[in-house]
Design a protein around this ligand. Structure first.
Ligand code: AGP
Length: 603
């Protein structure tokens, strides 16, 4: 999730921009930059890594008098975290910063390059400033060129642009990514990706809506939507910066559960064609000579690996094995060169997973990492990487990281299928349609959340939890159990439903809580009979399904779906919310659970 700031006024533009970027650090980034226009004089600075590096580069720079400035912290999605790829991006006489993903950037770029435009960066963002300038060069006025530029963009964007052709002005546009514009008593104008960057600087803000664009100048705010002028609707800012960073949620974990819908849209952008999966970042030869996939990870990422293994064999028709990294390291494995080694890691720094990646490379295997952090150790180590685009995950308990890993692995299983000719056109169309449903499926329903919050008071004790499921819902059961363990400190086990009768059912009694995942579209009757066995022994059962189950003591409804994959993702959200609400009732620090770290960089 990139961060954007802007300022139009006569005070210390550099200081205001840098302070704003600091307030957005919580959004995560790997490079940053600012550009300032005073009169017709541009100054700009970019740096990789932390903001202190950018501060050092701007140490000798200051502004006095009226200026227009924009700033950006970048979380790499297209192109490595380098200075060249850092924002702002320059045209001939304009600078732009952007948060989001321009889905059609390649076709826009191809047309501009064919027209003689020279691109410096690998980013999608750079097309914005070159398109804007090419339209001005064709005779359009700046606002007309900006309006036309925005109309040609597909995808998600929050944009700020400054140009010598219209000094003392900042152009803005918002669609799919957040953008706020604020004004203070001195009539200074401020921009930010979230409240946090504006608190203390202004008191009246406009939360821009999708489709809105315009500019701020010395005289005010010009706001449009669909070519019609719009009267800005001002609101008050929250007081607390930390509250602002949590954007009104109680914990970062809660915010990240609610963010999953938006984030999964980013994960999918540019990767779904009508009848094919597209991974621009992969060399088509990656799968040459590959007859097996070996997935390797830890913790939640291991659960994503295990769940996706069902898809690689069912959809990809390729032999697939799954390893826990800390086990693989010392089991003297047989690693064969026709195996693609796939490491899955949110941080890209987990020591055990990183070491197995090195083992695989040393054994001559091709390696791929599914990761959320570009330029992490694993991304640098592997032959290829697919970024999950989850944005920073502040909660120690993984939520959106797991969701994005699952979607990327699901897409990759289809990518394997299409590469190996193992899937027909109709079947691929159906899978792509299912993938497109998922951002809406994971959108949190407030009524359901409130029902889960109320229900959670019944599950604060007991002598343990079983989370049970079959097939791909067994790894989801493992994940649900881990979520509960790591933030409520209550004991929980994930178990295959069919295995309960092979011992664990001996634990069944009213104090044994069983959370039963009962998808209608996958082995429902089999699962139902397993749950009935537990109910017959008076275990306390909470069924998660689209249909009430008379033998359950509690029931959490999900929507009726025509396929088990939407059921998987909707149940995932239920399990995340249930564990969080139980932990909140127990008074635990949901974001920073005891004994845990966000990234385990030691053995
Ligand atoms: C899960 O909620 C934890 N955050 C933990 O299990 C985590 O998934 C594991 O440590 C692996 O981390 P990684 O994905 O960064 O490699």
């Amino acid at each position: 999730m990139c961060g954007i700031v802007g300022y139009l006024g006569k005070h210390d533009t550099k200081g205001i921009l840098l302070d704003g970027l600091k307030e957005l650090e919580y959004r995560g980034y790997d490079s940053a930059g600012i550009a300032v226009l005073q009169g017709d004089e541009f100054s700009y600075f970019k740096a990789v890594g932390k903001l202190v590096n950018l501060e050092a580069k701007t140490a000798g720079f200051s502004t006095s008098g009226f200026a227009a400035g924009i700033g950006h912290t970048r979380w790499a999605t297209h192109g490595k975290p380098t200075e060249i790829n850092a924002h702002p991006h320059l045209g001939e006489s304009s600078y732009v910063v952007h948060n989001g993903i321009i889905e059609n950037y390649q076709e826009l770029k191809n047309a501009l390059v064919a027209g003689g435009v020279h691109f410096l960066s690998q980013t999608d963002t750079e097309v914005i400033v070159h398109l804007f300038e090419s339209l001005m060069n064709s005779g359009m006025e700046p606002m007309q060129a900006f309006r036309e530029t925005v109309s040609r963009l597909k995808g998600a964007y929050a944009i700020l642009l400054i140009t010598k052709q219209m000094p003392d002005t900042i152009f803005f546009a918002k669609h799919g990514s957040p953008m706020i514009v604020g004004v203070n008593e001195s009539d200074e104008k401020f921009f930010g990706s979230s409240d946090a960057a504006l608190i203390g600087k202004c008191n009246r803000v406009v939360y821009l809506e999708d489709g809105q664009l315009g500019f701020v100048s010395r005289t005010g705010i010009h706001l449009e939507n669909s070519n019609a002028c719009v009267v800005p609707r001002f609101a008050a800012l929250p007081e607390s910066k930390l509250a602002a960073q949590k954007e009104g949620f109680r914990f970062f974990m809660e915010k990240e559960i609610y963010e999953q819908s938006e984030v999964l849209s980013d994960t999918l952008i540019g990767r779904l064609a009508d009848e094919a999966i597209v991974f621009d970042e992969l060399d088509p030869s990656l799968l040459d000579g590959i007859n097996e996939i070996k997935l390797c990870a830890c913790g939640t990422s291991y659960h994503a690996a295990l769940a996706s293994s069902y898809l690689f064999e069912r959809l990809g028709k390729i032999r697939t094995s799954v390893e826990i990294a800390s086990e693989l390291r010392y089991k003297e494995p047989l690693l064969c060169s026709d195996t693609l080694f796939v490491a899955i890691s949110q941080s890209g720094e987990t020591a055990d997973t990183l070491e197995t990646l090195k083992m695989a490379r040393a054994a001559g295997l091709k390696t791929l990492v599914i990761c959320n952090v570009d330029n992490s150790s694993m991304v640098r180590e592997a032959d290829a990487a697919i970024l999950t685009r989850a944005g920073i995950e502040k909660g120690v308990a993984s939520t959106k990281a797991f969701a994005t890993q699952m979607v990327v692995l699901w897409m990759f299983s289809l990518y394997v299928a299409q590469t190996k000719g193992a899937i027909g056109t109709q079947a691929m169309r159906e899978q792509i349609a299912l993938l497109r449903e998922i951002p809406a499926v994971v959108k949190v329903d407030d009524g359901l959340h409130e029902r889960i919050r109320r229900l959670s008071k019944r599950y604060l004790h007991g002598h343990g939890f079983f989370f049970i499921g079959r097939d791909i819902f067994f790894p989801l059961a493992l994940e649900g159990a881990l979520k509960l363990k790591e933030i409520s400190y209550l004991h929980a086990e994930g178990y295959p439903s069919g295995e309960m009768k092979h011992g664990p059912i001996a634990l069944a009694d009213p104090e044994l809580f069983t959370i039963a995942l009962m998808p209608k579209n996958l082995l429902y009757d089999k699962t139902k009979s397993n749950v009935e066995e537990l109910s017959a022994r008076d275990a306390t059962i909470c069924a998660i399904s689209d249909t009430p189950f008379e033998k359950a003591d509690d029931f959490i409804p999900i929507a009726a779906h025509a396929h088990y994959m939407p059921e998987f993702f909707e149940m995932m959200v239920v399990l995340q919310l249930l564990s969080m609400e139980i932990a909140i009732r127990l008074g635990n620090d949901v974001d920073m659970p005891r004994n845990l770290a966000k990234s385990v960089t030691v053995e």
